[in-house]
Unconditional design. Structure first.
Length: 725
């Protein structure tokens, strides 16, 4: 069984219960901008899709070699020191790989034949040497992919470990997949400035596209660029944004870029070593920063000295591809986009060399940027505040309410008493939102009596009555119709704010209410097509969809998870409402016993196609009628570890007595679902589209159920006898 809350999946019921087979609480994350401002490491999210929350936000693959260039294995975490802008950082995780413990997934080999920057004679030699390497290897030890860059565009083979098959694809370029095609050139391919510009742009575009494709696959990659590189002194690009992108995406994709060639650089005496100092500001960017050799060195790769035997060089480069270490750490929070940080990894052993990424660009979006704190207010003071808002306009009243936060739960009765004092739509929505945001707080102190807790045996009898209620009473409830009205609250889209920065305005606004008729058959919701009360554009931007607040959540929480061997359910308090005292229990469900599954669409590095899927520990409260065992309120809140792309997932359902067809039933009246998650921003660069994480955003659903009536007909039996008066 799985209890899927807030993010799109199903909840099969416990086998012993004859209740609904599914519960659906879906979260569809749309690429919309959201934001925050003071960072806290506990709510960080990694910028890579690999590993789990035990890994740090940033990952660096590190190669350690001795004086002869041979890899050094057997080092431990304590042998490494990582300096971020000269300041030592604590490692979050450490992994060592070598011939005895190979990485999983295995390292990949990416070969790039640069036909664009090689002469026809040089290309013939390169093709022959690469084919020779592949055919000689036969069955390759690592998954290998071959790209070919030419005047016509960028083309790729299928990834394979069959060297002969890859060699055949090189011999027949028409068999390669087109990553993108170039339009027909209108100039002759000669060493003109215009043609140098074209080759520079196409080469960088190819490297970017290859990196983005590699970014969608887990694991370490060794990319061998076979060719002398592209022009940078004549026709070079010096875009700071592109420098940031290459640094970031190569690191995310875990690509070690090696420059390997048998021919001198096209720019003759170009000295790439002059450009290895990182670029901190846009004014420092020059074309040399985007040369092949600079990008290779800064990615932790090498510039292989020119040699006539390319096949031999390739074998030497990949011989020790599985010998490396992986370090992860959490960077310091920053408020500046593209904040350059130099990285240095040192080993406490003499005469060893270390290669890894030279730097990273720190981003505010690595952490949740929280909004400015709101003014706390009690329910009693809120009543007085609403009375003072009469002289303000509807917008002004709504704006004032959005700056407040309740210190305790606002009951439905209190909300109903306050709403008539607000006459505008915006201010009423703001008050309802304020009440919904308090749904997970304890009630006011006046609603918590000083009555002693019941003795343990009576607590057990209360819980047993609830189990009996779920087993016997709920299955007897007849098929019902109800009107379900959902109001989605989302953060405003801030078009003028960079996606790398949180918006200063993080207030929630309501979309048009959406109403559906719900048929509850066998305690399972069946919905008709929704009808919105208006055609507001905001109505189509919902990112959080909730359904299934009837039997399943009660069964999974109260009967399965909360009473599992490693779970804990304990007495919390008494509460008072208009019908009398209520018993409140609190529960904690650890991850091994949990059926709370969170789904998040989608992970950034997957290109927006692979969902995040996790079963999480959770906790909450169950409020009972101590006499009948009926559940009157239940909450569930996921307990996420740090560094996940979703940091909040919780729901609350309130139940109450409703008279239907002359009988009284306890049915859902209201629910609130809240999620806080990373926004996914789709970027278009290097002729490809890919997803990146933007700031966190909050979505809240407020759902009410009304107009309950039985699902049945009224009928008369007529005979063929003559009618009577």
């Amino acid at each position: 069984a799985r209890f899927v809350a807030l993010h799109g999946a199903t909840l099969p019921m416990a086998r012993s219960l004859r209740l609904a087979p599914t519960m659906l609480l879906s979260l569809l994350l749309l690429p919309a901008c959201a934001a925050r401002s003071a960072a806290q490491p506990s709510t960080a999210a990694r910028d890579t899709t690999e590993g789990d929350s035990t890994d740090g936000i940033l990952r660096f693959d590190v190669v350690v070699t001795d004086k002869t260039g041979a890899p050094v294995s057997g080092l431990k975490q304590e042998d490494f020191t990582l300096l971020d802008d000269g300041r030592e950082q604590s490692l979050v995780s450490f992994h060592a790989y070598d011939a005895s413990e190979k990485p999983d997934p295995p390292s990949e080999i990416i070969l790039v034949l640069d036909a664009l920057n090689l002469s026809p004679q040089q290309l013939t030699t390169a093709d022959r040497e690469v084919e020779h390497f592949l055919q000689t290897a036969g069955r390759l030890d690592h998954p290998t992919l071959v790209y070919r860059l030419s005047d016509s565009g960028l083309f790729a083979s299928q990834q394979s470990t069959d060297g002969d098959a890859l060699a055949r694809q090189i011999a027949d370029p028409s068999a390669l997949r087109a990553v993108w095609r170039e339009p027909v050139r209108l100039i002759e391919p000669q060493l003109t400035t215009e043609y140098a510009n074209d080759r520079n742009r196409s080469s960088l575009k190819a490297l970017g596209a290859i990196t983005i494709e590699a970014r969608q696959r887990h694991g370490h990659k060794l990319l061998l660029w076979i060719g002398p590189g592209w022009p940078v002194q004549a026709g070079g690009n010096s875009s700071f944004d592109e420098i940031v992108e290459f640094s970031t995406r190569l690191r995310e994709a875990r690509v070690q870029l090696d420059s390997i060639t048998a021919w001198p650089a096209p720019d003759g005496a170009f000295m790439y070593q002059k450009f290895l100092t990182g670029v901190r500001l846009a004014k420092e960017a020059v074309p040399g920063n985007l040369s092949l050799d600079v990008l290779a060195t800064q990615s932790g790769g090498v510039v292989v000295p020119a040699a006539s035997h390319l096949a031999m060089l390739i074998r030497q480069c990949i011989e020790h591809v599985d010998d490396f270490y992986t370090l992860t750490f959490d960077p310091p929070p920053t408020t500046r986009p593209d904040d350059y940080h130099a990285i240095q990894v040192a080993v406490n052993r003499p005469n060893l060399s270390v290669r890894t990424n030279h730097a990273y660009y720190n981003e505010p979006t690595f952490y949740d940027q929280l909004a400015a704190p709101r003014e706390p207010i009690t329910a009693d003071n809120l009543q007085q505040t609403i009375a003072s808002l009469r002289s303000l306009s509807d917008s002004q009243a709504a704006q004032h309410l959005s700056t407040l936060i309740l210190t305790s739960r606002l009951s439905q009765a209190q909300l109903d008493s306050m709403l008539p004092h607000l006459h505008g739509r915006k201010s009423r929505e703001a008050l309802i939102l304020l009440a919904d945001q308090s749904a997970f707080l304890p009630p006011p102190a006046a609603s918590i009596p000083s009555t002693p807790a019941p003795i343990p045996s009576e607590q057990q009898r209360m819980l047993q009555r609830t189990v009996n209620y779920l087993h016997t009473t709920i299955p007897t409830i007849p098929d019902l119709f109800a009107a379900r009205t959902t109001v989605q609250y989302e953060e405003r889209s801030q078009q003028s704010v960079s996606w790398k920065l949180a918006s200063p305005d993080q207030s929630l606004t309501a979309a048009a209410p959406e109403s559906v008729t719900v048929l509850i058959r066998d305690w399972k919701e069946v919905t008709e097509a929704p009808t919105s009360h208006s055609q507001s554009p905001a109505a189509s931007t919902h990112s959080l969809t909730t359904a299934g607040t009837f039997g399943p959540i009660l069964a999974i929480v109260a009967v399965v998870d909360a009473v599992a061997p490693h779970s804990r359910i304990t007495w919390s308090r008494w509460e008072l409402d208009a019908a009398g005292p209520r018993a409140v229990f609190q529960y904690i469900v650890p991850q091994p016993s949990s059926h709370f599954q969170t789904r998040f669409c989608c992970l950034a590095n997957s290109g927006g196609t692979v969902p995040f899927n996790r079963t999480s520990a959770y906790h909450g409260e169950i409020t009972l009628d101590p006499g009948s065992g009926a559940v009157l309120r239940v909450t569930a809140q996921a307990d996420f570890p740090p560094r996940l792309p979703i940091i909040r997932s919780q729901m609350m359902v309130e139940y109450g007595a409703v008279s239907i067809g002359g009988q009284t039933y306890v049915v859902p009246l209201r629910s609130v679902a809240v999620s806080r998650f990373r926004t996914l921003k789709m970027q278009h660069q290097w002729n490809t589209t890919f997803g990146v994480y933007g700031p966190f955003a909050t979505a809240l659903n407020s759902v009410t159920f009304s107009r309950y009536h039985l699902f049945r007909s009224r009928h008369r039996i007529l005979t063929d006898a003559p009618s009577t008066p």
